[in-house]
Design a protein around this ligand. Structure first.
Ligand SMILES: [Zn+2]
Length: 331
């Protein structure tokens, strides 16, 4: 079995919490803050399993016993999940939680609460939760999960232990995507393009994305070959895929990745190119250029990102980038 699944998405935190479970030193309330896909819910679930597991070894749940399986499938009555109803977590939902808090566990005397998107608590819901956090009762542990810790009330943050979870590494995301059946070539590209599993899955199902990534490579190859077609292709191959700001960002992220990948390919440092189908053609062209030129080209990609951020239009930015890259590579 791959070490990533054995150790979870956040192996260091799993080890830390195993120690806390084993020595019965878990706190009453935790905030897990981190980007989408960083494993906040998985970690909270894993800790809950560690608390109830029938064959727990040194704080590590077995993942196989009836309790571990029930918790993983959300069917353990003492592990309660709260997620936003619509746009917010409302006071009724927290009241429900508080009622649950006041009962002892249905099947044991311990209860675990997992509050997703905790930043979406309305202020009355948050205040209601605060009251509970001020008087932790019995053997209750609450996990507040959030992508936006700064949107939580400071009074809530001060009553919880805050842990920041790192985004998934390229390798972790690649493993996840391949496990879900996304073909290797596509999974490699997506894992290097984004750290969000949701966006990666969405793009994996989008046929336009596949065409777009091919078009981006062809446009760039024409630049490297000093072929004037690259100027036409801005219009015909890149802009045709754009209908909103989100699309612009994806095109641009692909370009940035291509810029970064060029330097890796030229310096021989990257054995697995993000654009596998075009790897040998790109390398062949890049090897004809000095490493200084390729490096300057990569900087031009980054500079364009800056132009885009200060609101220069997308089309102008890409056209200017095409021109500058041609000058940079072919003098
Ligand atoms: Zn177990």
């Amino acid at each position: 079995m791959n070490s990533i699944t054995e150790k979870g998405l956040q192996p260091q935190l799993n080890d830390y919490f195993a120690k806390m479970i084993n020595s019965q030193k878990l706190a009453h309330a935790y905030i897990f803050a981190g980007p989408e896909g960083s494993g906040k819910k998985e970690l909270a679930t894993w800790i809950a399993q560690g608390i109830y597991c029938e064959n727990c070894v040194a704080g590590h749940p077995c993942q196989k016993c009836a309790e571990c399986i029930r918790i993983a499938s959300g069917n353990q009555p003492d592990v309660v999940h709260v997620a936003p109803e619509g746009l917010s977590i409302k006071v009724d939902q927290i009241r429900f939680l508080k009622d649950e808090f006041s009962k002892s566990g249905v099947e044991s005397n311990r209860k675990v609460f997992i509050i997703e998107n905790a930043e979406k608590m309305t202020s009355s819901a948050a205040n209601s939760l605060l009251k509970f956090l001020e008087e932790p009762s019995g053997q209750v542990i609450a996990f507040l999960l959030t992508e936006k810790p700064n949107s939580l009330l400071p009074t809530i943050i001060s009553r919880c232990q805050l842990f920041e979870l790192r985004p998934l590494s390229d390798k972790q995301l690649l493993f996840l995507l391949e496990k879900e059946g996304i073909p290797e070539e596509k999974a490699v590209l997506l894992s290097r393009l984004t750290d969000s599993p949701t966006l990666a899955r969405k793009l994996a199902e989008n046929n336009d994305f596949e065409k777009l990534s091919v078009n981006v490579c062809q446009w760039y190859l024409h630049i490297l070959q000093n072929d004037w077609l690259c100027f036409v292709e801005v219009q015909t191959k890149l802009l045709t895929y754009i209908s909103n700001k989100e699309d612009e960002k994806i095109v641009f992220d692909l370009l940035l990745l291509l810029g970064k990948n060029s330097l890796e390919l030229r310096s021989g440092g990257e054995d697995q190119s993000a654009f596998k189908k075009y790897q040998s053609q790109l390398k062949e062209q890049l090897d004809k250029l000095s490493i200084d030129k390729v490096s300057a080209g990569t900087e031009l990609f980054l500079e364009s990102l800056h132009l885009l951020q200060i609101n220069i239009s997308f089309q102008n930015t890409i056209e200017a980038l095409t021109l500058k890259l041609c000058r940079c590579y072919h003098g």
